[in-house]
Design a protein around this ligand. Structure first.
Ligand code: SAH
Length: 356
């Protein structure tokens, strides 16, 4: 289901047949480097803008926008309806001087992590590179005048299960959107062949591995793909990535009350990650409909962090943004933007738009 951001330079030139080369360059520059919508390409003659607007190749792949806001407008979640009706979600987080966007790489996910809302809903389809890029483009437009400094592939889906479109999007973000590889983070459940492929690429993107358990028995239960690529294989791929790229890895650990937040879990995690000098990101599990266990309470989260730090592991507790609009890690399910507190926020936006 390609959209305008799926056009290569050559395809763009083909679809603008009859226009001089400098016009093709202007369109490319406007759409892909300045990241403007067609209507705002003010250096083009109106007739060309009209031609672009009428051409299905330039119709956005992300159609309807359902927005909700939280944190006083600091966290924005979109539910995007794709041309075929599939829904993907993206989250924009504002910081004082910059913004980060978290994008989806698939509609749904086939990995079936027990605690993840997307995993509970199952797989719909892969996104094209253009559909991934368009989420970033929308965030760039929304964030102005702030700059979107970081893109994290941590929305819906498993990025390494959709490798070629993911990598095409990475290359375009780097080459055209001007976001350097060290500000791009690919998060994986631990798909070993994809991690190995990533290690051989020339752009050194950050790699985050969603661990959640440091022994196979527990990880098999929480993250079923671990049966296919167990911890030893995942850690070997991590060492290879770090060896080739010279970049520090990070591991994600959603703290689940009484399940993976005990002292011996911290010991196992420290043993696994310390040799790599890796960074551990701790986040209390967000509740999801299919996994009734709660996240670890704050004191337990701090105690777990202290145990890791005491063993020489670099560990940080992540601030959990957007929980009230189901925009937090693992809560993206493709329908949440229309339900619950988000609806209230959505109405507020509509009202303020009308008022403006
Ligand atoms: N498939 C990729 C990226 C998407 S998930 C991956 O697994 O890394 C992004 C992060 O959110 C992962 O670390 C995932 O394990 C985590 N996550 C999923 N469900 C969660 C939940 N309910 N609470 C907290 N984190 C969750």
């Amino acid at each position: 289901m390609p959209g305008p951001y799926d056009l290569s330079h050559r395809k763009l030139a083909e679809s603008l047949a009859g226009e001089p080369d400098f016009r093709v360059r202007q369109v490319w520059d406007g759409l892909y480097r300045r990241v403007l919508p067609v209507a705002e390409l003010s250096d083009l003659p109106l007739s060309l803008r009209a031609r672009l607007a009428a051409d299905p190749a330039f119709r956005p792949a992300l159609a309807t926008e359902l927005r909700s806001v939280a944190d006083g407008g600091q966290t924005v979640k979109w539910g995007w309806r794709l041309r075929d009706g599939a829904i993907v979600e993206a989250v924009l987080m504002h910081y004082p001087d910059r913004a980060t966007v978290c994008v989806s790489t698939q509609a749904g996910c086939a990995m079936a992590c027990r605690f993840c809302a997307t995993g509970q809903a199952g797989f719909t389809r892969h996104l094209s590179a253009g559909e991934i890029l368009e989420q970033v483009a929308a965030a760039i437009a929304e964030a102005r005048p702030r700059r979107v400094a970081n893109v994290v592939f941590m929305g819906m889906g498993e990025p390494l299960a959709n490798y070629d479109p993911l990598w095409a999007a990475v290359e375009r973000l780097h080459a055209d959107f001007g976001i350097s590889a060290r500000h791009l983070t690919v998060s994986t459940v631990g798909l070993v062949p994809g991690m190995r492929r990533l290690a051989k690429e020339s752009l050194p993107v950050n790699l985050a591995v969603s661990l959640h358990a440091a022994n196979d028995e527990l990880r098999n239960r929480l993250v079923p793909i671990n049966k296919r690529w167990p911890l030893a294989a995942v850690m070997a791929a991590c060492r290879e990535y770090q060896g080739r790229k010279g970049r520090r890895l990070s591991f994600e650990w959603a703290l689940i009350d009484g399940v993976n937040d005990r002292p011996r879990d911290a010991d196992e995690l420290a043993e696994l990650t310390r040799p790599l000098g890796a960074h551990v990101n701790l986040i209390p599990l967000n509740p999801t409909p299919g996994f009734p266990t709660r996240g670890s309470p704050p004191a337990q989260v701090r105690a777990f962090r202290d145990l890791l730090v005491g063993q020489g592991v670099n560990a940080t507790i992540r601030r959990n943004r957007g929980t009230d609009i189901d925009a937090a890690c693992g809560q993206l399910a493709g329908h949440a933007a229309t339900a619950g507190p988000a609806t209230v926020a959505l109405r507020t936006i509509r009202r303020s738009r009308v008022a403006n």
